[in-house]
Design a protein around this ligand. Structure first.
Ligand code: ATP
Length: 308
């Protein structure tokens, strides 16, 4: 079975649903409140586990009730949490206000995630067992860079989601095999709005890039090869939260299994398309059999696709 290690964040998403978000100094009454385990690292770990990989997570939760729930949620999805630390203080939280237009405002407080500044021998030994190391930017850059550099030294493929967008140290980029920004992150990293041109610019730093384009699919570019556009299956989206994390988790599994990139992208696109048709973040992520079924040619499948 493909082995994936995720070095990343865990956050409890605290979601308030309101008719209209409050202005500064204003108080409004919300309609509903939910706490949902999330964080880009944890989301990618759950996506990869559901897509059929052996997944272990390196990260940190806080010494609070949220920390217990975040760990439980990962374990419930089959993710190995032996190297998920419990740090003094609160877990990471994302405070999300969703209004009736579907717009949202988010404050992320890193909490325990911010305590993971470096890796130890146990982390390195775990990374050595992986086919793919998944990284995002919700942990301190020092730890993310250390993870990528370790993986590179050990010959483990590195896949970096550069979110939230921020300038990246050369050392991190030099140890990244595949960079997967969305179009906004690609633009922020390069100063170029057009995704094709941004991907081209990013290839000066990393050998392979996938720019995700929401309902428009994704764009794959590699040094020395013509770029490939992968359309997304046409589906009725009800909640696109964590579509990107579902895509990356499934992509890592397919790449770890040695599938050619175009096939891996089609599989990841199918996984993400299934997730956007259901509400929620990790709860919306499909299992391997569902992804395979969605792509089966004879099936009356749920991707009204003309694309994959
Ligand atoms: P998020 O922040 O919501 O997790 P993102 O901004 O990181 O997402 P997107 O580019 O929006 O990433 O989406 C990732 C992938 O998910 C796309 O490349 C596409 O394959 C799939 N996807 C997203 N939205 C849709 C949609 N409406 N219909 C079908 N597929 C979608």
């Amino acid at each position: 079975m493909t082995s994936i290690v995720v070095l990343g964040s865990t956050n409890m998403d605290l979601v308030a649903y309101v008719a209209e978000a409050p202005a500064r100094g204003e108080t409004v009454t919300g309609r509903e409140f939910r706490t949902v385990p999330g964080g880009k690292g944890a989301n990618q770990a759950v996506a990869a586990a559901r897509a059929g990989a052996d997944v272990a997570m390196i990260g940190a939760v806080g010494a609070d009730d949220f920390g217990v729930r975040l760990r439980d949620a990962l374990e419930h999805s089959g993710v190995d949490t032996d190297l998920l630390r419990t740090a003094e203080g609160p877990s990471g939280t994302a405070h999300i206000v969703v209004d009736d237009d579907g717009g949202n405002a988010i404050v992320v407080v890193p909490g325990a995630n911010g305590t993971l500044t470096s890796l130890d021998h146990g982390d390195e030994a775990l990374i050595a067992t992986a086919d793919v190391l998944l990284l995002q930017l919700e942990l301190p850059l020092s730890a993310v860079t250390a993870g990528a550099v370790t993986a590179r030294r050990l010959g483990v493929r590195t896949v970096l989601t550069p979110a939230p967008a921020q300038p990246l140290p050369d050392e991190l980029l030099a140890a990244t095999d595949l960079l997967v920004p969305n179009e906004h992150e690609a633009a922020a990293l390069t100063g170029v709005a057009d995704p094709h041109a941004a991907a081209e610019a990013l290839l000066r730093k990393v050998p392979e890039v996938v720019v995700t384009l929401g309902a428009a699919g994704s764009l794959y570019a590699a040094r020395g090869a013509a770029p490939v556009t992968v359309p997304a299956p046409r589906v009725r989206a009800v909640d696109t939260t964590a579509a990107g994390d579902t895509f990356v988790g499934a992509l890592a599994v397919a790449l770890g299994e040695g599938r050619p990139v175009p096939q891996a992208l089609a599989w990841a696109s199918a996984a993400a398309a299934l997730s956007v048709q259901r509400p929620g973040a990790s709860s919306s992520m499909p299992y391997r059999a569902e992804i395979d079924a969605a792509l089966a040619p004879s099936n009356d499948h749920p991707l009204e696709t003309d694309a994959v």
